[in-house]
Write a protein that binds this ligand. Structure first.
Ligand SMILES: Cc1ncc(COP(=O)(O)O)c(C=O)c1O
Length: 407
């Protein structure tokens, strides 16, 4: 038998693998609910633009060929829309791949730490120490995983009140050894964001030797939020900043895996060497282009989320539920304890409502609800009332039993 124990680094062996939530098929098979609402993964519940189908079918005629490794057409379209040069853009297989590329490029173990970005040319013989990164405590787990693969030391700064970012504390956590600071804005899973005035102070406080990664996976949902920072405007003055974007959310292409990075062309050129040559696939590139050109669908997606959020807030307020106001496509519910959150999630699953409890995000007492179609939100509400009614009557009868025992 192959003994991997002394061939695979301990930090990989000790990592916990990704545990996926239950699929629609599994829930159907196990619980047989009348309806299923999958509100667990921040996907676009409206689907994707109908134009995507046509574009993808067309791309199939050349499926024997490798895809364009430079994603030229898509990059040009993205560059035009963002007012940057195509050389400032790297297209990747989803923003998770972009995060992986960044971690593999910047978080290699280093013995010599230089505060000067220019002198990152370190020989492999120097590779000993752990690279360091700073981020927030309750943020996208994908970053922790990819930094973990590199055995990087990640400082997770606690959130401020209301699950908001504590920009000042994040700046205070930066050391000479820090290579990267990661901010998901808007944040997942909290749905909160760092407003423009705080963002400017935060940005100015980050020294030039630190790579600034602003993950804008949920950027589109922030449309119309007046104090949401337009980080792209700061790119010219911060060549050490990169923005991450994705087609997985508002464009509804999570299954295709397309994302992109915007930043200084020199930096983008370095990252391009680390990217897998032929990611993303030709079908994915075609899908992204078609999705980008259908603005009406994008607007519909944003409207769906805005309406669902307003409805969700009103419903929870009516039922004294606690939630964190969000500018994203999900809303985080806060429970009194870990067990309450887990009982709620499991009971809802039995009704066919798939939610994400946030233990893996370090928030075991919280549950994230992706905003869905009116039918899905109605199913959430009916199930919530049923589940909470049952839990309440169970709690009352336990209390009565205890009371009777004490009498
Ligand atoms: C903040 C954030 N960044 C990145 C991603 C990964 O998205 P993608 O599908 O583009 O890999 C997610 C997915 O949930 C996310 O929440």
């Amino acid at each position: 038998m192959f003994d991997h124990s002394n061939r695979i680094p301990v930090h990989i062996q000790e990592m916990k693998g990704y545990v996926p939530g239950k699929t629609i098929e599994e829930v159907q098979k196990i619980y047989r609910p009348a309806m299923i609402a999958k509100l667990a993964s921040n996907e676009n519940r409206l689907g994707c633009s109908p134009r995507v189908r046509e574009a993808v079918l067309e791309s199939l005629s050349a499926v024997q060929n490798y895809p364009d490794p430079l994603s030229l057409e898509l990059r040009e379209e993205l560059a035009r829309r963002n007012g940057v040069d195509p050389a400032s853009i790297l297209v990747t297989a989803g923003s998770e791949s972009a995060i992986s590329i960044l971690c593999r490029t910047f978080l290699q173990p280093l013995r010599v730490q230089s505060p000067d970005m220019q002198s990152l040319r370190v020989q492999s013989s120097d590779m000993q120490g752990r690279a360091e990164a700073v981020t927030a405590e309750a943020t996208f787990v994908g970053f922790f995983v990819q930094a973990g693969v590199m055995n990087a030391k990640v400082t997770r700064v606690p959130m401020a009140e209301g699950y908001r970012f504590d920009g000042r504390a994040m700046l205070d956590a930066i050391r000479d050894e820090t290579r990267m600071i990661y901010l998901a804005n808007p944040n997942n899973p909290t749905g909160t964001y760092m407003p423009a005035d705080e963002f400017r102070v935060w940005l100015e406080g980050i020294p030039d030797h630190v790579l600034i990664v602003v993950d804008e996976a949920y950027l589109e949902y922030a449309t119309g939020v007046e104090d949401y920072p337009q980080a792209i405007e700061d790119l010219h003055s911060r060549p050490n900043m990169l923005l991450l974007r994705t087609f997985s959310k508002a464009y509804g292409l999570a299954g295709f895996r397309v994302g992109y990075v915007i930043g200084d062309p020199e930096l983008i050129g370095q990252l391009a060497k680390v990217k897998l040559t032929f990611e993303p696939t030709a079908a994915a590139q075609a899908a992204a282009l078609a999705a980008l050109r259908d603005e009406a669908f994008l607007m519909q997606s944003l409207d769906l989320v805005r309406d669902a959020r307003a409805r969700f807030y009103a419903f929870l307020e009516h039922h004294d539920g606690v939630y964190v106001p969000s500018i994203s496509n999900s809303v985080m519910m806060v429970f009194g304890s870990e067990s309450e959150a887990s009982t709620f999630t499991e009971s809802m699953l039995r009704e066919g409502v798939i939610l994400r409890r946030l233990a893996a995000f370090g928030l075991p007492h919280c549950v994230r609800v992706t905003m869905g179609t009116p039918e899905e939100m109605a199913h959430f509400e009916d199930s919530y009332e049923k589940v909470m009614g049952e839990l309440h009557s169970k709690a009352v009868s336990v209390a009565q039993l205890r009371g009777a025992q004490n009498d």
